[in-house]
Design a binder for this molecule. Structure first.
Ligand code: HEC
Ligand code: HEC
Length: 435
């Protein structure tokens, strides 16, 4: 799970991309597309096309990976806005206003207007590192999610996309403001792809966790901004429909206000039918409905392992301020923050927890000791410090912290790191101690 403990800088950057878009009407200055400083050299990898790969690729691209949710014109008269059948992969304007235009490109094998002349590694580099065929850093593609695709699934996606009918659809190059182009050009990307092993499918939960990861459920279904009540706890404002109505993502944690009481049949029915065609098109159910029963059951099993978050969200009614996520959404004013009950601890031992920690995704977390209390620093758009409250031996939680953390000790009994519960447990190791 490529998700930092607190806020992912990249995720924020990408979302800001759009938030800022909305505020910059009528500025006419645009910039030529710049080549990323981190465009890694291309390899000459060539995937062999097999029937197995074509079928697997078709299943993933039209299902959990929802590529055509973005890379095809949508039929906006139909519930869920399905991609237009003879335009699959043909691309479309993804976001545009008077001065900014971002296109999800034509990724079909058409040689003149699509990807017909791109190499296999151009696809891989776009999907794993967010770098386009021309070397530009991509702005709105969820590449940090596709980075998690196993080697074989990546091969299947590329092989399948090579096999779809070419669509003739010429799209312009993107238009951004100069400072955004430069910002993207300087955004760090990995210069070498580490091989990703095949997913663990030995249990339903393990299989489901892989699918939930590559389906990007967490990105949309977590309220990252004002107050984060927990991973997958819902309340991310995904769309504004007019002036007084918002579409907030649902709570899909194991709580009773999430999917905790759902059985397989309910989950399958809701995804397959878009809750009787009532779910907003920003939720990609139109693609997810192609996921088979076994995989949907695995996904629900994985969601049910996520720590419960009490947060009810109802769309389609008048939004009101919610103290749990700090934003306005339907049913918001009925939600109340659950107080964290502290256990008695000796605060004299607190110095040992203070320090800087880092995990395998290179995310750093700073924990500081001030006024005999421990604080964790939250970076990003809404920087703040959250007090850590002891809830067990070496276990702390905080109001607005996305997950409780458990400190771990070395053989000498000293604190060496902490573990937090995202979709899976993530370990951060101490790299230095606060003075
Ligand atoms: C949320 C919408 C979205 C989804 C989902 C998405 N893409 Fe994209 N993709 C984009 C946008 C937008 C761009 C162009 C970004 C830019 O130009 O800054 C892009 C760029 C790309 C590129 C680079 C094209 C080039 O010019 O070199 C490839 C390849 C690509 N996507 C393939 C895929 C595949 C395969 C999938 C599914 C596994 C996928 N995308 C899913 C929105 C999306
Ligand atoms: C692009 C953003 C986005 C992504 C990705 C996404 N969702 Fe959603 N989802 C939403 C939004 C927004 C809603 C609320 C729609 C509404 O109320 O009309 C929603 C609603 C739902 C619901 C309905 C809940 C209810 O109580 O009605 C379920 C279940 C769900 N999503 C599961 C998932 C799963 C599982 C994944 C990953 C495979 C996922 N979503 C990925 C945005 C997203």
């Amino acid at each position: 799970m490529r998700k930092p403990f607190l806020v992912t800088a990249l995720f924020v950057a990408v979302v800001l991309f759009f938030v800022t878009c909305k505020q910059t009407k009528k500025k006419e200055i645009v910039s030529p597309v710049l080549v990323s400083k981190y465009a890694r050299p291309l390899t000459n990898i060539k995937y062999e096309s097999t029937t197995g790969r074509v079928n697997r690729g078709k299943y993933l691209v039209n299902g959990v990976l929802r590529c055509f949710h973005c890379h095809a014109p949508a039929d906006t008269n139909q519930p869920g806005h399905p991609p237009i059948e003879n335009m699959l992969g043909g691309g479309r304007l993804f976001y545009g206003n008077d001065s900014i235009k971002v296109y999800a490109p034509n990724i079909t094998p058409d040689k003149e207007t699509g990807a017909g002349n791109w190499t296999d590694d151009m696809f891989v580099r776009a999907l794993r590192d967010g770098i386009g065929h021309d070397g530009r850093a991509l702005g709105a593609m969820p590449w940090w999610i596709f980075k998690e695709l196993s080697e074989e699934d990546m091969a299947s996606v590329v092989v399948y996309l090579r096999s779809i009918p070419p669509v003739k659809n010429k799209l312009p190059v993107r238009l951004l403001m100069p400072e955004w182009e430069t910002g993207l050009q300087n955004e760090e990307r990995s210069m070498k792809d580490e091989p990703v092993p095949e997913p663990d499918t030995s249990t339903l939960v393990a299989k489901g966790r892989y699918l939930v990861t590559i389906g990007e459920c967490e990105g949309c279904h977590t309220a990252w901004y004002v107050r984060n009540p927990g991973y997958f706890g819902g309340g991310n404002i995904i769309a504004h429909d007019g002036t007084d109505s918002v579409i907030a993502s649902a709570n899909i944690t194991s709580d009773t206000t999430g999917v905790g009481t759902w059985d397989d049949k309910t989950f399958i029915r809701i995804i397959r039918t878009g809750k009787g065609n009532s779910l907003h098109y920003s939720m990609p159910w139109i693609a997810f409905r192609n996921i088979n029963d076994t995989d949907l059951k695995a996904m629900l099993a994985a969601l049910k392992t996520i720590p419960p978050v009490k947060h009810r969200i109802v769309n389609g009614i008048k939004p009101s301020l919610c103290e749990v996520c700090g934003q306005k959404h339907g049913y918001g004013d009925n939600n109340k923050i659950t107080p964290i009950l502290p256990v008695a601890v000796n605060t004299a031992s607190y110095q040992q927890f203070a320090g800087t920690y880092t995990n395998k995704y290179k995310d750093t977390t700073l924990i500081a000791l001030k006024e005999k209390k421990l604080w964790v620093q939250i970076k990003g758009e809404h920087p703040k410090e959250i007090e850590l409250i002891p809830v067990g031996k070496n276990i702390f939680n905080g109001s607005g912290l996305p997950s409780a953390i458990t400190f771990i000790t070395g053989t000498a009994g000293n604190i060496t790191g902490f573990v937090n519960h995202d979709l899976v447990a993530v370990t951060s190791l101490k790299i230095n101690t606060e003075k």
